[in-house]
Ligand binder design. Structure first.
Ligand code: ZN
Length: 309
């Protein structure tokens, strides 16, 4: 069993309008845009990152906005809902705020004793704000949301699967422990993680497979401290029979990817070097940053990419 994985690193989803996506995460949810770059594998598409002040691992929601993308169809074989941690006594204020801003899909529920506000992003992306106690992560308050209310980072994510067997086994191998079970949901958590520690598996035996589109999660990334720990994880996964990509340099972290038995794309990403490599912390996310391999495309990209504000 591995002990290098310390919770989520980031969650990456698909969007349609870049400007609506940007407005939702920075204005409505009050996160900080910590990087404005392009998809390194398809540079005519943005890659937008939102998180806390520095984009700490476990706080970073990222998007590939494709302006013409149709909506995804929810189903099994994907991450269904992404959950953020907020102070327990802020849920009523969040409900009022999201209602005032006409956010879709607004609701409340309780899962494993934690109260949640449920809502949709601009492309129908499913989110929850989970009321938590004692989450000591410092929130970004530059987006105009008070310290008593602001998002601390992820609490976790839930995977919708036809059956949980092989994916539960994989999570245990990755160092997660089963902590609770309620109806068709099994909760796993990684001990001594970065607070983005929870993965819920929701089992839906008869459900259709998801079709990816705007609002769908593309992949979730798990955090490891550094490249040495990442290589240990890679080797262990390959020894277990997983097909894992080589280590890929994403400028702000190094990444490896593999597909889980349930169909969800997993990434393992390093906490090093972080987002302050090509611009300083005070100015994160303000200017379009291009990786060296795409720097020659700047003039064209600045013409074709949708302005954000
Ligand atoms: Zn990623």
């Amino acid at each position: 069993m591995l002990n290098q994985i310390k919770g989520l690193h980031h969650v990456t989803s698909l969007a349609s309008s870049a400007s609506k996506n940007n407005a939702f995460f920075t204005d409505t949810l009050g996160l900080r845009r910590v990087k404005q770059t392009v998809n390194f594998d398809a540079p005519d598409v943005y890659h937008l990152y939102y998180g806390d002040e520095t984009g700490s691992p476990g706080s970073v929601m990222t998007y590939f906005p494709f302006p013409m993308a149709g909506r995804g169809r929810p189903g099994v074989g994907e991450v269904g809902r992404t959950a953020f941690s907020v102070p327990k006594d802020s849920l009523d204020a969040w409900t009022d705020r999201l209602a005032m801003l006409d956010v879709d899909g607004l609701g409340r529920d309780t899962r494993f004793g934690e109260d949640r506000v449920l809502f949709d992003g601009p492309d129908g992306d499913a989110f929850a704000l989970v009321g938590t106690e004692g989450d000591a992560r410092a929130p970004w308050t530059g987006g105009g949301i008070s310290d008593g209310m602001a998002i601390r980072g992820f609490q976790g994510a839930d995977m919708r699967l036809r059956d949980e067997g092989a994916s539960a086994e994989l999570l245990r191998f990755m160092g997660y422990e089963e902590v609770d079970r309620q109806d068709n949901v099994t909760r796993f958590a990684v001990p001594a993680g970065n607070e983005a520690n929870v993965i819920d598996i929701e089992t839906l035996p008869g459900a259709a497979h998801a079709a990816q589109g705007a609002g769908s999660v593309h992949h979730i990334a798990f955090a490891v401290e550094n490249r040495a720990r990442q290589l240990e994880v890679r080797e262990a996964l390959m020894d277990t029979g997983y097909q894992v990509t080589p280590v890929i340099d994403r400028d702000y972290f190094w990444a490896i990817y593999f597909r889980t038995p349930g169909g969800v794309l997993f990434e393992v990403a390093t906490n090093e070097p972080g987002f302050a490599t090509d611009e300083d912390t005070a100015h994160l996310g303000q200017a379009l940053q291009l990786p060296s391999q795409h720097a020659h495309l700047r003039e064209k990209l600045e013409r074709v990419l949708e302005p954000l504000e």
